[in-house]
Design a binder for this molecule. Sequence first.
Ligand SMILES: Cc1cc2nc3c(=O)[nH]c(=O)nc-3n(C[C@H](O)[C@H](O)[C@H](O)COP(=O)(O)O)c2cc1C
Length: 192
Amino acid sequence: MAAKSIIKVAAICGSLRKASYNGGLLRSAIELSESTDGMTIEYLDISPLPMLNTDLEVDGKYPPVVEAFRQKILQADCFLFASPEYNYSITAPLKNAIDWASRPPNVWANRPAAVISAGGGFGGGRSQYHLRQVGVFVDLHFINKPEFVINAFQPPAKFDNDGNLIDPEAKERLKAVLLSLKEFTLRLQQGN
Ligand SMILES: Cc1cc2nc3c(=O)[nH]c(=O)nc-3n(C[C@H](O)[C@H](O)[C@H](O)COP(=O)(O)O)c2cc1C
């Protein structure tokens, strides 16, 4: 019997805040993946990446911390972004990480992705649209549905003081995103 393959998801958070709600969404996704067949999620910390400056590229090499991040991106089967909305767009740290991994060769290319967000009124939704637009150029293929946004500030509380997701309905919706990402990744890998 052929061994069942396990999809490797790289999870990236656009917030560097310790008690980040978006970080909490990723922790919850990791927990949910533990009871989901066929997928494993690794959280990639983007906080050590320097601000992009092509002067840091020497003899075709990137700084070691950037090289390590690029390797992780290259090894992933697909991506899960938790993307807070800053002034109607994605955050600077997230754009910085995307830009580093887009430098030649672009290590995002031809992989599926999903985006989730927690934020104010629109739950971070506007950042999702900007991220999808960036994805066009770096050749990421975002799942269209289900969409996942959550208003982090509207009572009753959806997160605890450490940024952990405590809302059972949101966890159900998050699980549906994971299943959709898994199914889409398998479809792309199998070419149908
Ligand atoms: C510079 C800045 C700009 C922001 N702009 C928006 C915005 O456009 N829309 C929104 O819903 N929230 C906005 N917020 C509030 C964030 O949604 C909120 O800080 C949220 O907690 C960030 O996600 P995190 O908890 O994962 O850090 C902004 C916050 C900052 C710091």
